[in-house]
Design a protein around this ligand. Sequence first.
Ligand SMILES: *Cc1c(COP(=O)(O)O)cnc(C)c1O
Length: 344
Amino acid sequence: MHLSRFPRLRFGHLPTPLEPLPNLTRLLGGPRLWIKRDDCTGLATGGNKTRKLEFLVGDALARGCDTLITQGAVQTNHGRQTAAIAARLGLRCILLLEHRVATDEVEYLRNGNTLLDRLFGAELRELPAGVDMNAAMEPVAEEVRRGGGEPYLIPGGGSNEIGALGYANCALELVHQANEQGLRIDHIVHATGSAGTQAGLVAGLAAMNTRIPVLGIGVRAPRERQEAMVHALACAVAERLGAKGGIERTEVRANCEYVGDGYGIPTPAMVEAVQLFARLEGILLDPVYTGKGAAGLLDLVRKGFFEKDANVVFLHTGGSAGLFAYRRTFEAATDRTKPARLPQ
Ligand SMILES: *Cc1c(COP(=O)(O)O)cnc(C)c1O
């Protein structure tokens, strides 16, 4: 796997730390939990889209583009990171925001990521729920071209075979760190949405012939669809990387039992996971992705899904800016619950 073959800009703060989660491990009585801190990638409060954008924006500049167009839900973390790198590079940035979560709460609509999007000078355009968002970028691109600009379209979540290279790179980085620390990784767990993160990881691990099992915790689609999406993209990335043997369908595993009522809709287990990570480890998760991902991790640990002596790495994909869009959810919860205490 030779990633220098692909255009790339370097703006992520890499490598991100790989750290133990001693208090959660103690509370749960094993397995040994670790965290890969991709919430610390450095770009505008960090997150997983930074690694993807290194390759996507590298490609955009190689093609002479001057305008980044992308899309997501109103509180898209991907949009916020795209807006930030566009600002740094002096590129125009247009974000299409889908009202995917049915709410008229002002915190959701104006605080968190959207506040930051505006701060970075991105142009925001809002669309109703259910619109084909990738298709909606086409007329915007045409409009940019008519104005003399050169648009670069980034799919939702930066998830195509270019963006996913960022997570092949993360796989390389993580395995290198584990080798240096003498850590045997038995499982990787993370939140999966638009599929680029898991696809890049799986393809990167396969290209190194490492084949550490990766479990994606779904936040939107049902399992069959999520796994099919990840598998298709992982195959495309593996081919791009020149990985022999491709990716078996069985190497792609997702658990979509923790979505609750839908994308971006809080669940009690999400709130519990966000509180536990905050109170036991001083780490901020987010309400849409990592909170549900960690809820899945905690539940699976409690059910004995992982061997007690296993090393399980939770990939923290970022998103804490979204907490400020969900003030009422967490305020209500902290009013109700006592602080978590470790067993003495
Ligand atoms: C986008 C995102 C994810 C999901 O990553 P995909 O590559 O879209 O599957 C997970 N966590 C956070 C915080 C995100 O913003």
